[in-house]
Structure formats: C-alpha cells, structure tokens
Design a protein around this ligand. Structure first.
Ligand code: BTN
Length: 234
C-alpha cells in the first residue's frame, strides 16, 4: 500500500483540495494520494458550510484513503488531535464530536470526510490553523477559532507530523480509537443542543455515536449538528 501523502499535488490556489482529490479518486488515484493548497477559493466545511482560511497561513490538505476501516471520521480527528497536542505545550486539546479539534475550547482544525462508500474510498479533508492571526478571520468566526500560533513556514513540518499520526491511527483497531476520542471528549458533561433537543453529553458508544442524556432518555446521535451551549461549572 502507498505511503500517505504520495503522490502529492500542490496548488498555489484552488477552489477546494477536497474537490481536486475527489476528482483524482474517481479517476483511480491510489491510496495515499494527497492534494494540498496554499489558498482555497471555495473551501468546503461540514453541513454545507464554507471553510475560511486566509492564504498561506493554514494547512489545507486532502488525502485519498482506499478501503477505509470503520470510524474513519473519528480516527482522523484523533490523528489531528495528536498533531495539535505535539505542536502546543500546556494547552487543553479536545475533540468535539465528531471531529472538531479544539485548543482551550477554540476550534483549531476542521475535518471533512467525503467519498463513495460503495466504491470503498474516501477523502480526508483537513484544515489546520497553523499560523493564522485570529484577527484575519471574519468577526463572526473569531470567537470560536484557535490557532497553533506557529510561523507560516512551519506548515510543511506540521504536514509531515500529521501524516505520521494519520498513518499510525489508521492502522489501529476501533477500540483504541474510541478510547482516545473518549479521553478527549469536549462534550462529555456539557450542555449540548442538537436538531432533536437539548441534553448533556454522555460519552461515545461502540459505534462512535454521541450519547446525550436528555429529559426523555438517552439518545445516540450519528448525524446532525451539535452545539456546545456552555461549559458546566458544577
Ligand atoms: C469543518 O469543520 O466544517 C470541516 C472543514 C474542513 C476544511 C478542509 S480544508 C482542506 C479540505 N478542503 C476543503 O474544501 N475542505 C477541507
């Protein structure tokens, strides 16, 4: 099997690295093929949102994965959290289910997994705020964002680290991934709101679903949008 990150296609500017990688995968690109860019004009986020990243200050990459195992989205979150932890000292690194990576409560990385499960391939699209100055973001995004606070020149080193963590985590069994996600679960014990109601984050089940304790019982959520309402202080 190919090493992750090879072959690599780098763009100074493209619409979306996920869109480029998707095209390559449809045409048969091998496992590990990676697309990176310094700038995206139409970066894609989850739930149909856009991903905003000022040029040259983020890691923007998409990796083709063939024959993915279960829990791919959570696995990618764990690998990114590993990388973030290794790049920051003394900061609290958490995963907000399913795979937002937070530093001290602010989102430092986003992950968008797309693909064709019936053809057994997926694209792991990862955006990490490496050198972002939060003031560069539109005002409405600033409050929820975080940055690694590194120099822009660190992006290639960050990418190398990411690929190492990703290769390792992709080879691990589900129970190891679940253990890591549970240890870094930003929603556990916190008030959450989802499309069906409000409750308190109550862990992650064996299928990788978010458990929420609500007044009408315990819910296992596998899709939809989760909002952290506020951190509990009691
Ligand atoms: C999210 O949190 O909403 C997911 C954001 C994913 C953004 C990355 S940036 C690189 C790759 N290309 C895209 O168009 N999106 C992903």
């Amino acid at each position: 099997m190919n090493a992750l990150g090879r072959p690599r296609l780098h763009f100074r500017c493209t619409d979306s690295t996920n869109a480029r990688a998707y095209e390559l995968a449809v045409r048969g690109a091998p496992h590990g093929t990676m697309v990176t860019a310094a700038e995206q004009t139409a970066g894609r986020g989850r739930q149909g949102r856009v991903w905003v990243a000022p040029p040259g200050r983020s890691l923007l990459c998409s990796v083709v994965v063939r024959n993915p195992g279960p829990l791919l989205s959570l696995t990618t979150g764990v690998a990114v959290a590993d990388l973030v932890e290794a790049s920051t000292i003394g900061r609290r690194v958490e995963i907000k289910w399913p795979n937002d990576v937070l530093i001290d409560g602010g989102k430092v990385a986003g992950i968008l997994v797309e693909g064709r499960p019936q053809e057994r391939w997926a694209i792991l699209g990862i955006g990490i705020n490496v050198a972002l100055d939060l003031d560069e973001l539109p005002e409405q995004l600033r409050g929820d964002a975080a940055t690694l606070g590194l120099a822009a020149t660190a992006s290639e080193t960050v990418l190398d680290g990411l690929l190492t963590h990703l290769a390792r985590r992709l080879s691990e069994p589900s129970d190891a991934i679940l253990r890591e996600v549970r240890q870094r679960d930003a929603l556990r014990g916190n008030d959450v709101r989802w499309s069906g109601g409000i409750g308190i984050g109550d862990g992650i089940d064996a299928e990788g679903r978010l458990l929420v304790a609500a007044s009408d019982g315990r819910h296992a959520l596998d899709a939809g949008e989760i909002h952290l309402i506020r951190a509990r202080t009691d």
